[in-house]
Design a protein around this ligand. Structure first.
Ligand SMILES: NC(=O)c1ccc[n+]([C@@H]2O[C@H](COP(=O)([O-])OP(=O)(O)OC[C@H]3O[C@@H](n4cnc5c(N)ncnc54)[C@H](OP(=O)(O)O)[C@@H]3O)[C@@H](O)[C@H]2O)c1
Length: 401
């Protein structure tokens, strides 16, 4: 478990950038597109933050062409001492998020690698944390938010065994989502991550697709395992169109061998549920699932309907609850990040049995993170809200080779 960070560090911020230079990037190839519709030793804030020049345009100007004397060469990659990142220094709404060009690049512990972030994804926990709902167990402010990352390893700690500079990786960077999550998250050009939380990125996925997966698929997988889900069992997924539910449907069907998958969503998303593998798509705007005759071996509640969920589970069955009230025999858990789950699922991702589901309003470029959050916070996102590109220079470097 990651230790709680304690700090009274302050962060001096440059004014937020306007972001006028970015346009929406094209959607990655082979993405599943739904139908329209307290400072630690490693804190990025522990050093002075007033040195760097204000950069008015992230996407054009963030290339490695203007390197400072403090940068360190690592293999063929150069790591600067400061980076661009989204950061907040008080809890609150989207407007507490500020763009800074001079956050200190995190140092790596012995068991960590430094990842150059190419893509990141947002999760509800990001905004719930920013709103201060988990203050009792949160790490200290200021915070660079972001759990999900896909990027390239640019530096390795002395105890790192299987990853090397240049590896393309993905993962959820905070082992415990609520218990001392990282102060220096993935909505930044660089993030330091324990090797055990990462997996090699499947070659068939691009960075945006890979970034969409870790926290959601690990939650889906862990929930199914904790529920004792197995071949031949039936399942009802409440909120089948969201980030987690869209993966629960696929995992239940493609990996666990479900006999029947039912899921709820609003009218325009029913086709999506079926295309993901649902045998029955229930329109929650027209029907109450708890009034239908069917009962299920497992009910996976990804919306906060735990009290109704227990009405449709068979005797001896399981009800997994991710949020909200829990009634007997339901149970709630908080995901533990582990790269081993991703490694286990990589073959299914490689051969297309499992697909990344990206919200069609994205990906949002790095300078539109506030917009991406505002959208996620409507509660209407389909699949995952992805931030891409975060760092373009890696992509450009690779294209040039
Ligand atoms: N405990 C954990 O470890 C853990 C891990 C991950 C997530 N979570 C929590 O689990 C919840 C789901 O996360 P997520 O990332 O999947 O959320 P999400 O992607 O933001 O969910 C958005 C989806 O919710 C659907 N929705 C809204 N009201 C609904 C209803 N009454 N019935 C069915 N679907 C409905 C929306 O579809 P429509 O537009 O059709 O309404 C939308 O597609 C969040 O509260 C999150 O914090 C917990």
């Amino acid at each position: 478990m990651e230790a709680l960070l304690s700090s009274s560090a302050t962060l001096r911020l440059r004014p937020p950038l306007s972001g006028s230079c970015s346009s929406k990037p094209s959607l990655p190839r082979s993405t599943f597109i739904p139908p329209a519709t307290k400072t630690s030793r490693n804190s990025p804030f522990s050093r002075k933050n007033s040195l760097s020049k204000t950069n008015p345009c992230f996407r054009v100007c963030a290339s490695s062409s203007s390197r400072s004397a403090t940068e360190t060469a690592v293999g063929s990659t150069t790591v600067p001492s400061e980076m661009k990142a989204w950061v907040y220094n008080e809890y609150g709404g989207v407007d507490v998020l500020k763009f800074s060009s001079n956050v200190t690049v995190p140092e790596v512990n012995d068991d960590q690698v430094l990842v150059k972030v190419v893509a990141a994804a947002l999760n509800p926990v990001d905004f719930k944390r920013r709103l201060g709902k988990f203050q009792a167990t949160d790490s200290a402010l200021p915070t660079v938010p972001g759990y999900d990352v896909a990027g390239v390893v640019v530096k390795v700690g002395s105890q790192v065994k299987s990853l090397k500079v240049g590896d393309e990786v993905y993962g959820d960077i905070s082992e415990k989502a609520l218990d001392g999550p990282k102060q220096s998250g993935s909505l930044a050009e660089y993030t330091a991550v324990e090797e055990k939380l990462l997996a090699l990125k499947p070659k068939s996925l691009d960075f945006a697709q890979a970034a969409s997966l870790p926290l959601a698929i690990e939650t889906a997988y862990e929930g199914l395992e904790r529920a004792g889900f197995s071949k031949g069992k039936s399942i009802l997924v409440l909120n089948g169109a969201g980030g987690v539910g869209s993966l629960v449907i696929q995992l239940a069907k493609q990996v666990f061998g479900a006999s029947k998958v039912a899921a709820t969503a609003s009218t325009s998303k029913l086709e999506l549920l079926k295309s993901l593998g649902a045998d029955l798509a229930i329109d929650y705007t027209k029907e109450n699932f708890e009034d239908l005759p069917d009962k299920y071996d497992v009910v996976f509640d990804a919306i906060g309907q735990g009290e109704k969920a227990v009405k449709v589970v068979v005797e001896g069955g399981s009800v997994v609850v991710l949020t909200g009230a829990v009634a007997e025999p339901g149970f709630r858990f908080v995901v533990t990040s582990t790269g081993s789950t991703l490694t286990k699922l990589n073959p299914y991702l490689e051969d297309g049995k499992l697909k990344a589901v990206l919200d069609p309003n994205g990906p949002f470029p790095f300078d539109r993170v506030k917009e991406a959050f505002a959208y996620l916070e409507t509660g209407r996102a389909t699949g995952k809200v992805v931030v891409y590109p975060v760092s373009e220079d890696y992509i450009l470097e690779k294209m040039a080779k």
